[in-house]
Design a protein around this ligand. Structure first.
Ligand SMILES: *[C@@H]1O[C@H](CO)[C@@H](O)[C@H](O)[C@H]1NC(C)=O
Ligand SMILES: *[C@@H]1O[C@H](CO)[C@@H](O)[C@H](O)[C@H]1NC(C)=O
Ligand SMILES: *[C@@H]1O[C@H](CO)[C@@H](O)[C@H](O)[C@H]1NC(C)=O
Ligand SMILES: *[C@@H]1O[C@H](CO)[C@@H](O)[C@H](O)[C@H]1NC(C)=O
Ligand SMILES: *[C@@H]1O[C@H](CO)[C@@H](O)[C@H](O)[C@H]1NC(C)=O
Ligand SMILES: *[C@@H]1O[C@H](CO)[C@@H](O)[C@H](O)[C@H]1NC(C)=O
Ligand SMILES: *[C@@H]1O[C@H](CO)[C@@H](O)[C@H](O)[C@H]1NC(C)=O
Ligand SMILES: [Zn+2]
Length: 663
């Protein structure tokens, strides 16, 4: 492990000398000859993948070569260990592929962008589809081009673990969730006496803890698409890419694919049941990455097509003999992709399309709870999912949103939460699994991320507490149905946000001041940060001016808007205003567009003080950050999640627990 880590670091440093820059010609391809999967790729034995080769001939710019004409004679050979290197067609016993040609342009730096002078790159390429390596060991893929230049990719097929330890896997993803958020959620929801907590988060009580490094293949900050791809395929990819490496062609469906955990589970566990649950829209990156293969996460219609059908039906020329076609459970928001005439595939009624293939379709929590467990079930509960705080504390905010899942312009007032969806999904998967093959479910608390983006810390922590409550309830439910000992539970995130709490704020004093510098005096640090006002019952505060919304029971705050609130900051934010009070009117909008870019929203936190932005003025929201994220695990195979490792290792650890590798 340590040897391999050092090899990896040397590789990274080498590549960074040529490619550490804002704009890259093509991520993972610092030379003019590109191989996908790129250098430093690890495979599960038997995992399917595509190979893409690209020869670049920049017409102009600092790398201009060969008058912009790519040499069309190039070849790839594959070598295992010290065996001879044999041509890719011989190695995989496949016929040669057709030559493809295209061109693209990019800016070499910000000066070139300002002056509107992109570099033009002409490309010659070939792709080999749906291959796999089963023998463990190290491999060298060598591309020879431009009359003798070579690019080498070192691959590793990891030693297969073929014995199955876990029957079921329940993977929770808190999108954008970091340890500072978990700490803040604990502070507001769990009472402490003299510094000692009287109860803990469920995440605090898991058996195993690790940290994962989230970097992309070609950037150190990820988005949810490429980070989900890393978690589900064991392959680092690029921002916006789902289940593929990003090539340079315009067609976003022809990029080289890699097989996902869900596809492997379906292919290797015949009779296993598959569930996908999210509080976001179901075509959003984290749920989509389990089944989709596209360079562009915003292709929602093709993502939904892949849920119902598969990649082969999306493009029959790009052979992909694996899929998670028709998952047993698909619960989330995103009615826009299902209602006829909206953003559904071909504008068709996709509720009907799912029903025609045998699905039970439900559109509200009452119908979800009443549904049987025998049929495949599609649950789409809104067009714009409401947040936990609005569903539980500020219910008036559910009115007027016109987000009905059936598109009749009414409000979705009966939306299930993550817990409702996840517990029902367990029952359906449990009823549908055959031949003792178990089930795999991903359950996502999506709006921790969405609410952190808009600096709505309270709503983000409400979503996080809902996730924690869901994990707690799922463990209890699995115990009750006798499946806990068979189920690997993994809880992690896909990336961070630079959020942390640094003190308390007297929101009454802050609002009463008229000058920003005086307002900042309301922030108490160190000793003046005080104690949590969130877990103190109504009337017991020194001043009874707080809005009290009724206790949500243990594990949630007693009140969400205390006079003495936490004061938090963000590492990457637009211009905005902080007052440290609950945004009672619905999710926060911190900044608005103006002729000079995004500026403070004049109607947001009108009592607050100004905080200048730290990112480009074209950014309306906060952005993701670098930090490692936590991994918590219980159940069979969970010890493997201890330590510090890469995001891609999550895929291998889950695949190993399920015994998905080919012997
Ligand atoms: C490269 O060539 C293209 C097409 O002729 C042109 O538009 C672009 O400005 C050139 N870029 C540079 C950096 O010279
Ligand atoms: C293209 O590559 C081939 C094979 O490496 C070489 O023989 C040929 O001279 C190259 N052609 C040009 C125009 O560079
Ligand atoms: C399918 O992929 C092939 C090869 O990349 C491409 O030529 C074709 O246009 C694609 N078809 C669709 C419908 O995207
Ligand atoms: C893809 O979908 C088609 C049409 O439903 C089906 O015939 C084919 O078996 C599917 N292939 C895979 C790998 O799921
Ligand atoms: C919930 O869905 C059922 C079944 O489609 C429907 O009859 C009922 O009116 C819905 N309830 C609400 C509150 O929308
Ligand atoms: C605090 O204020 C609430 C709302 O006005 C009121 O119902 C409650 O009785 C008050 N409690 C005390 C102890 O004064
Ligand atoms: C949200 O709910 C709060 C409390 O119930 C209410 O005061 C506020 O007006 C609501 N906002 C909207 C936009 O409905
Ligand atoms: Zn995000």
């Amino acid at each position: 492990m340590s040897i391999r880590t050092s090899v990896y670091l040397v590789g990274l440093i080498g590549a960074s000398l040529v490619s550490a820059q804002t704009f890259q010609r093509l991520g993972t391809c610092p030379t003019l000859g590109c191989i996908f999967p790129p250098d430093q790729t690890d495979f599960l034995a038997g995992q399917l993948f595509d190979i893409r080769l690209e020869i670049h001939a920049p017409l102009n710019g600092t790398e201009a070569s060969n008058n912009g004409v790519p040499n069309e004679t190039f070849s790839l050979c594959i070598q295992r260990g010290k065996e001879a290197c044999s041509d890719v067609t011989k190695y995989f016993k496949i016929s040669n592929s057709a030559l493809e040609k295209w061109s693209f342009s990019y800016y070499e730096d910000l000066f070139a962008k300002d002056s509107g002078t992109p570099v033009v790159v002409n490309v010659a390429s070939k792709a080999y589809r749906a291959l796999s390596l089963t023998k463990p060991g190290t491999y060298t893929a060598k591309l020879t081009y431009n009359g003798g230049t070579t690019t080498v990719a070192n691959w590793l097929v990891r030693e297969p673990v073929t014995s199955r330890r876990a029957k079921n896997v329940l993977l929770f993803i808190g999108d954008g969730m970091t340890q500072p958020m978990i700490t803040a959620a604990r502070l507001i929801a769990h009472k402490s006496i003299n510094g000692k907590y009287q109860s803990l988060m469920q995440m605090d009580q898991m058996d195993n803890l690790g940290h994962q490094m989230t970097h992309s293949v070609d950037s150190f900050i990820t988005d949810s698409a490429n980070s989900a791809t890393a978690l589900y395929t064991g392959k680092k990819s690029s921002v916006n890419a789902l289940g593929v490496y990003a090539d340079s062609s315009k067609n976003s469906l022809d990029d080289p694919k890699v097989e996902t955990l869900a596809e492997l589970f379906r292919r290797r566990r015949d009779g296993g049941a598959l569930g996908i649950v999210s509080t976001a829209f179901i075509a959003d990156a984290t749920p989509a990455a389990l089944c989709s293969h596209t360079r562009d996460r915003s292709q929602y219609a093709s993502i939904v097509t892949e849920f119902l059908n598969n990649a082969t039906t999306v493009n029959s020329t790009l052979a992909w003999p694996t899929s998670c076609q028709m998952p047993d459970v698909l619960f989330g928001g995103g009615a826009e992709q299902f209602i006829a005439g909206s953003g559904s595939p071909g504008g068709a009624d996709y509720y009907k399309a799912f029903q025609a293939k045998g699905y039970t379709v439900v559109n509200n929590n009452t119908a979800l709870q009443a549904a049987g467990t025998k049929a495949k079930t599609l649950g789409i509960f809104s067009s714009k999912p409401a947040k936990w705080i609005d569903r539980h504390v500020l219910r008036d905010n559910l009115s007027g949103l016109k987000n009905s899942p059936i598109g009749d312009g009414s409000d979705a007032t009966d939306q299930p939460g993550l817990k409702d969806m996840t517990l029902k999904a367990i029952d359906i998967l449990q009823a549908r699994t055959k031949n003792g093959q178990g089930w795999f479910m991903m359950s996502e608390a999506a709006s921790i991320d969405k609410m952190m983006h808009v600096l709505d810390y309270d709503r983000a922590l409400g979503e996080l507490l809902e996730l924690d409550d869901t994990i707690r309830a799922s463990i209890a439910h699995l115990k009750a149905i006798g499946e806990y000992e068979n189920t690997l539970i993994v809880v992690t995130a896909d990336h961070g946000h630079g959020f942390d709490v640094f003190g308390g704020a007297d929101t009454k004093y802050l609002a009463a001041q008229t000058d920003d510098r005086k307002k900042r005096g309301a922030v108490g640090t160190y000793a003046a940060s005080g104690l949590s006002g969130y877990t103190v019952a109504e009337g017991s505060l020194p001043n009874n001016n707080t809005i009290v919304y009724g206790s949500e029971g243990p594990n949630f705050p007693v009140q969400w808007n205390p006079r003495y609130a936490f004061a938090a900051g963000f590492g990457a934010n637009p211009d905005h205003r902080e007052s440290y009070t609950l945004n009672t009117k619905g999710p926060r909008v911190p900044a608005v567009s103006s002729s000079s870019g995004y500026v403070v929203n004049p109607t947001d936190n009108t009592d607050g003080f100004n905080v200048p932005g730290t990112i480009g003025v074209d950014e309306a929201q906060g952005v993701h950050s670098l930090q490692d994220v936590s991994v918590f695990a219980n159940g069979p195979g969970s010890e493997a999640f201890r330590g510090v490792y890469s995001s891609v290792d999550i895929f291998f650890k889950i695949a190993d627990a399920l015994g998905l590798a080919e012997a």
